[in-house]
Design a binder for this molecule. Structure first.
Ligand code: WT7
Length: 637
């Protein structure tokens, strides 16, 4: 592969940026033309932000798997598409070439067809980080089914909620998953999610652990047996379904400020172009390099930078099943050393956690293959940035701080590795096609530099969210109604005099815990469902490793008899309702919550207390009971 649209100099960036703003259609048409289309589009872009309605490459016909697989086969069929490193270092790694991946994807696409999956059906995928997860995604895309991946850390209840919202009829899962020293029984969680569910027609189970699992007759089948059936049919080909550019590729649930996660929808053409363009430019990928993104495919980072970005670029993507700290905190560095990784893309929370183990685990590892380091998921603090740059990149690898969201499909603001300069704690400059602006709370644009504002985007880019599944109004409300004619990101931001953007964090009721997005309302709902809890309020507070921790103020009916036991019980309820990732780090039982006369909780005060502030609570005169503030502060954990 060669990438005609790879930006190689600062001047070329500036030129591309200017052109993308002045002539967006010409710009994107040229890039989209380098992909494989079954029919060219009629119109490059059609949009308005009031409905909202955003259509890229309308009338174009394609299949993303032809772009991720078929088009590479002739020249690059024998190069590795996926290198897979298992959880346990003593188990052998696997390599799947593009040829092999193509065979497996078409084979499994036929399995899906044999099991009744049709174009447009929603297929929920709840698996560990094994190549079969990628195969399952691409097989869905091959036949035009819409995948909805649920991160393996979510609970049965969370799965049930998502299945219902997506009206999914099919599930692909594993018996279990390895996660460090743990074995997680995924199929058992799915079984629990399916109690009472009459909509699911088929559950396909891949055997990873050889765990005994319950298999419901006429509903549950084994992956391997179904593949064998396809082999017995003589392994028929599975031609790529002809899809519209604006057909849905996937739904991915993410948290917002309401209690219910929403299904972010991405469509095929625009998402493909965006994932590919950003991958090639941000990381400056060169053919033959090995790209290691440490995210889980259950999150958007994995979708875009383990699967669709790299594979559409004919790259070699490294998938890791395990966790950074097991068997020891040198796991990432061992992998870099073992496979001579070129690009390492990870999260600040992982860097901070590994930093805490000291250089002991880094010192004997050969990291000289590394060329580019990347960070994503939350603002990276300067200390972590420098540690990463100095000790992992040995001061010779650019660090790209990539700002984006599930809704944006791919990176929007980042330096381009080695091409545009990085600046610690700044995501820096917008990618071509991205037109950021900062507004104050009234929606007035902030033109001055060094002033905090709310980050918005004023023009569509190919990878942007199209709708929220089954509820378009919700999409409008959440992203397009706060400020007229702007997409609102929910992030606070400042810009320096060079036009570099520094993201300061969420300005809504969304927490970012270890790079995972969690809505405070979701956690509150879970806590409130616990017996004896009358009301709760959840806020974030600075946490050394996780970035943000979860602080819950809970009003309990009476005083809990055993405080510790009650806290553990609440943890269990939250784990059951959402998943262990949403467990509060701190729970404080309080006599009441600081509310205004109209009944609104003043979270600002609760946030300040959680942050350790002892005075300066601002104006508390509108509070129904101002004395509460002192008593809550006195009980701070
Ligand atoms: C939120 C999106 C993007 C994939 C992973 C998270 C925060 C993300 C950065 C960054 C500062 C960042 C924002 C954003 N965020 N990247 N480089 N610097 N903040 O995706 O779960 O959709 O969360 O993560 O607050 O809104 P997500």
């Amino acid at each position: 592969m060669s990438y005609s649209y790879q930006i190689k100099t600062q001047e070329a960036y500036e030129l591309a940026y200017r052109e993308s703003v002045q002539y967006p259609e010409v710009f994107w048409e040229r890039i989209a033309s380098t992909f494989t289309w079954q029919k060219k589009w009629d119109k490059v872009l059609d949009w308005n932000f009031d409905q909202p309605s955003v259509k890229w490459f309308e009338g174009g016909k394609l299949n993303i798997t032809e772009n991720c697989l078929d088009r590479h086969l002739q020249k690059y069929g024998n190069i590795p598409a996926i290198i897979w490193e298992p959880n346990h270092p003593s188990e052998s790694h696997r390599v799947l070439t593009y040829n092999e991946l193509h065979v497996k994807v078409t084979q499994f696409a036929n399995v899906l067809k044999n099991n009744g999956v049709q174009k447009g059906d929603r297929v929920c995928i709840y698996m560990g980080m094994i190549p079969e997860l990628t195969i399952a995604m691409l097989a869905c895309a091959r036949i035009g089914a819409i995948h909805s991946i649920i991160f393996g850390g979510f609970s049965a209840q969370a799965i049930a909620d998502r299945l219902e919202d997506a009206k999914a009829e099919f599930i692909i899962t594993c018996d279990g998953a390895y996660r460090g020293a743990k074995e997680v029984p995924l199929k058992a969680v799915v079984d629990e999610a399916l109690v009472g569910n009459t909509i699911i027609k088929r559950v396909i189970v891949y055997n990873r652990l050889n765990m005994p699992v319950s298999m419901v007759a006429d509903r549950d089948v084994y992956w391997e047996e179904e593949v064998r059936k396809v082999e017995m049919q003589g392994n028929p080909d599975c031609p790529a379904e002809v899809m519209d550019a604006e057909d849905m590729l996937f739904v991915l649930y993410t948290s917002g400020s309401t209690g219910k996660p929403k299904g972010v929808v991405h469509t095929i053409g625009g998402y493909m172009v965006w994932a590919n363009y950003t991958f090639v430019n941000v990381f400056q990928y060169q053919p033959g390099q090995i790209h290691f993104c440490t995210a889980d495919i259950g999150w958007i980072t994995g979708h875009s930078y383990i699967v669709y970005g790299p594979l559409s670029a004919g790259a070699t993507t490294l998938m890791f099943e395990g966790i950074p700290t097991w068997p020891d905190a040198g796991r990432f560095w061992d992998i870099v050393d073992k496979f001579k990784v070129d690009i390492l893309y990870t999260a600040p929370t992982a860097i901070r956690s590994l930093m805490g183990f000291g250089l002991e685990y880094v010192k004997d590892k050969d990291l000289s293959s590394l060329k580019v380091l990347g960070s994503v998921g939350e603002p990276i603090n300067e200390e972590a940035w420098h540690w990463f740059y100095n000790n992992i990149g040995k001061e010779k690898c650019p660090v790209v701080d990539t700002w984006w969201q599930t809704e944006t499909g791919g990176v929007l603001i980042s330096n381009l590795a080695g091409v545009t300069p990085g600046k610690p704690s700044f995501a820096t400059l917008p990618l071509p096609g991205v037109q950021p602006c900062l507004v104050d709370e009234h929606g007035k644009e902030i033109l001055d530099n060094h002033v905090s504002g709310n980050l918005c985007i004023r023009f569509p880019w190919p990878g942007m969210i199209r709708t929220t599944y089954n509820n378009h109004e919700r999409c409008r409300q959440a992203y397009f109604s706060t400020y007229e004619n702007l997409y609102f990101t929910g992030d606070g931001c400042v810009r320096d005099e060079y036009g570099n953007y520094r993201i300061t964090g969420r300005v809504d009721d969304v927490l970012n815990v270890s790079g995972h997005r969690i809505g405070t309302a979701e956690v509150e709902n879970a806590i409130n469902s616990h017996t004896g809890v009358i009301e709760s309020a959840v806020v974030g507070y600075p946490h050394e490793i996780k970035g943000q921790g979860i602080y819950a103020y809970v009003i309990y009916n009476g005083t809990p008899e055993d405080i510790e036991l009650s806290k553990q019980a609440i943890h269990q309820t939250v784990s059951r309702m959402i998943g262990p990732i949403a467990k509060p780090d701190k729970i404080q039982f309080v006599p009441g919550l600081p509310k205004t006369r109209s009944g609104k909780i003043m979270r600002r005060i609760l946030r300040k207390i959680a942050e350790g502030e002892t005075s300066n609570f601002g104006d508390t005169s509108t509070l129904l009971d101002p004395t509460l503030v002192d008593s809550i502060r006195a009980g701070k954990i």
